[in-house]
Design a protein around this ligand. Structure first.
Ligand code: PMP
Length: 332
């Protein structure tokens, strides 16, 4: 029996993290989003936004998908675009690693590199991608669609309809807490809605990396940025449309000194090779397990693979320069 590529996005397994579950007396479960065909949780956002745009007519058959992104969303969009017959144009800052640019080009994206400037500058890659989409919409034969992952709530809606429902079903409704970091907020916003609709007593937690203002917002009511992190794709300095009205009950700021050693432990203890944002998430799950106490079921997201960040996460001098400990087996 054969299937279409986009039909294997989602329906990921929920994996028990054995050592941490045994240590905390909770069931700590990771949603294996790295198993999506494009390798990350963002395949869902990409498919959700493209499907909604096709349904509304914002994206026409054969139309071009445009986004400003430096990460997984670009890969998801390029993959979904290729599978459905759309060209994809990705605008990104030129200071990104060569492997990211190469990966996007391999997936068929037209990558436009522009100088890196702050978000408030009109030439920031997100604003540039919006203008480019408007221009291409006028000039290209089948028009163009700006995905706008931060404020396009079809990102969150897709997580509500898929990730959240899957977590509920896979735990037979026994989930007590869900926690993850937010980039666009699509995952936490959507999963939070799905779970709270089924059981308002479920605790939704935010695990925020250094360099983000979201923890202070949810804990103290004001966006204030503290610290820094080597994790990519997570943290924010504003409340996006996907994050707005999120049902977040509790939040922690997770330092890299907790998250990165944990990521290396997960390789040895569980055979899971995960990126930095998964480390923040799993550290958050342990904090939530301690908060709720033994006997609870906690779910988090395993977003993508460590191998996507090899140049940084598997590099002794990079880790040392950020004051992070590293395993002995790391040779480079
Ligand atoms: N982890 C990684 C590696 C990501 O690329 C992203 C997406 N930016 C996230 C976590 C956060 O997901 P979301 O955008 O749904 O908040």
């Amino acid at each position: 029996m054969s299937t279409q590529l986009i039909d294997v996005i989602g329906n990921t397994p929920l994996i028990r993290l054995n050592r941490l579950s045994d240590q905390t007396g909770c069931e700590i479960l990771g949603k294996a989003e790295f198993m999506n065909p494009g390798g990350s949780v963002k395949d869902r956002a990409a498919l959700g936004m493209v499907r909604a745009a096709l349904a509304s007519g914002d994206l026409k058959p054969g139309g071009t998908i445009v986004e400003g992104t430096a990460g997984n969303t670009g890969i998801g969009l390029a993959m979904v675009g290729s599978a459905l017959g759309h060209k994809t144009v990705i605008v990104m800052p030129e200071n990104q690693s060569l492997s990211k640019i190469t990966t996007l080009r391999a997936y068929g994206a037209d990558v436009r590199l522009i100088p890196a400037v702050p978000f408030r500058n009109p030439n920031h890659f997100v604003h540039t991608s919006e203008r480019l989409a408007a221009e291409l919409n006028e000039t290209s034969e089948h028009g163009a669609f700006w995905a706008n992952q931060f404020d396009n709530v079809s990102n969150r809606d897709f997580h509500e309809q898929t990730t959240g429902v899957e977590i509920w079903d896979q735990t037979d409704g026994s989930v007590d807490g869900f926690i993850c970091a937010a980039g666009t907020g699509g995952t936490i916003g959507g999963v939070g809605r799905a779970l709270k609709a089924r059981n308002p007593g479920i605790t939704i937690g935010l695990a925020d990396p250094g360099g983000s203002g979201l923890h202070n917002y949810y804990a103290h009511g004001e966006i204030r940025i503290e610290g820094q992190s080597i994790s990519e794709g997570i943290g924010n300095s504003r409340i996006t449309a996907n994050l707005a009205d999120s049902l977040i009950d509790i939040s922690w700021q997770v330092p890299d000194t907790d998250a990165i050693p944990l990521v290396f432990d997960l390789v040895q203890d569980e055979g899971l090779v995960l990126g930095g944002s998964s480390g923040i998430n799993v550290a958050g799950a342990v904090a939530l397990a301690r908060e709720l106490g033994p006997g609870h079921t906690i779910v988090t997201i395993l977003c993508d693979s460590m191998l996507r960040y090899q140049e940084r996460m598997l590099n002794r001098s990079f880790l040392a320069s950020h004051g992070l400990s590293m395993p002995e087996w790391l040779v480079l």
